[in-house]
Write a protein that binds this ligand. Structure first.
Ligand code: XMP
Length: 319
């Protein structure tokens, strides 16, 4: 793509001019935005960049392994992978309020990130994959007199005490442009085309207390759901699709026996920027197939529901 090629070259020059001989640290999340930012910055300044991937244990199945292998092996980017799942899950124990969950995770992210950054000897710049809609939404959602719906921890500036300058090469771009840039940079389709995933991860898809067992259960459901969506060729037509583990047990029947297991909800929406969303109109046949697989293959789940709420009045995530 000619436009993206030109943008890429221009951004590389801008990053070099901004950073000089300085050192840059970038928090990788596994998502499209931070991935594209990291690869672009790496192209500009090579080993002056170090990425830090804080693994909270609330990622989707196999995501952490994929992030690490892509960035280390394919792009030769210096990457610190910190498994902090015990810390995150420990601090989330007993926490049920959505905002407390978000804030706990946001605080720990910063703590662990700073720890790792100190270990590598500090940096002069902090790179972020902030997009244009993030800039707009964080202003409108947390700036003025309007209400804060959810506290997002990926935007909103530096935590106090972090005195680094920001490198934000994607600030003028929308999501589809970031994806085009990612393809231009040779980032695998699996990452570039991936549905958005919230910073707090599966924690906000598990209403009530989050535990490792619940996260494991939810990952199993999510894998089946996404597998079927891909098999049906629907993945790219959907903005986001995921499962939610409900804090409800219901009665079911399996073979000759009674079950008393958990229920889950499936969510799929179309959107252009995440600010408004419509429910994806799956066929009943598709939904039945997914529900049957989940109930038959995931021990502990005996009921599947489909969330048919648009945004507004619902939000995309459940918390
Ligand atoms: P909601 O649930 O507010 O989500 O309709 C809108 C979009 O934002 C994502 N989301 C987040 N992304 N950190 C993020 O990086 C967060 O804390 C967060 N919360 C929600 C959500 O997945 C959807 O794409």
């Amino acid at each position: 793509d000619w436009t993206m090629g030109a943008f890429r070259a221009e951004m590389v020059e801008k990053i070099r001019a901004q950073v000089g001989k300085g050192r840059v640290v970038c928090g990788l999340s596994g998502g499209v935005d931070s991935s594209v930012a990291a690869v672009l910055i790496h192209e500009a300044i090579g080993d002056q960049l170090t990425c830090i991937y804080v693994d909270h244990g609330l990622m989707r199945a196999n995501e952490s392994e994929q992030v690490v292998s892509t960035f280390r092996d394919r792009f030769n980017i210096h990457l610190v992978h910190r498994d902090a799942s015990d810390l995150f899950l420990g601090q989330l124990s007993g926490v049920t309020d959505p905002e407390v969950k978000r804030k706990t995770i946001g605080r720990l992210f910063i703590e662990v990130f700073e720890e790792e950054q100190t270990k590598i000897g500090g940096a002069d710049f902090l790179a972020q994959g902030t997009l244009y809609p993030d800039v707009i939404e964080s202003v409108s959602a947390t700036g003025g007199p309007s209400v804060t719906i959810k506290s997002h921890h990926n935007v909103g500036g530096l935590p106090e005490g972090m005195r680094m300058k920001l490198v934000e090469p994607l600030r003028d771009l929308f999501k589809d442009e970031v994806r085009a840039l990612g393809r231009e940079l040779g980032i695998p389709e699996e990452i570039v085309g991936r549905h958005p995933f919230p910073g707090p991860g599966l924690a906000i898809r598990i209403p009530g207390e989050v535990t490792r067992e619940k996260a494991d259960l939810l990952r199993k459901v999510d894998v089946i759901y996404l597998e079927e969506i891909r098999a049906a060729g629907l993945y790219d037509a959907i903005w986001q699709a995921f499962a939610v583990l409900l804090p409800v047990r219901t009665v079911g029947v399996m073979g000759d026996g009674r079950t008393y297991d958990q229920a889950c909800a499936l969510r799929a929406v179309t959107s252009t920027d995440g600010m408004t969303a419509d429910v994806y109109p799956f066929t009943m046949e598709f939904l039945s197939r997914v529900a049957n697989r989940i109930v038959n293959e995931v021990r502990g789940i005996n009921r599947v529901t489909y969330d048919i709420t648009s945004k507004p009045p619902g939000t995309i995530e459940w918390e």
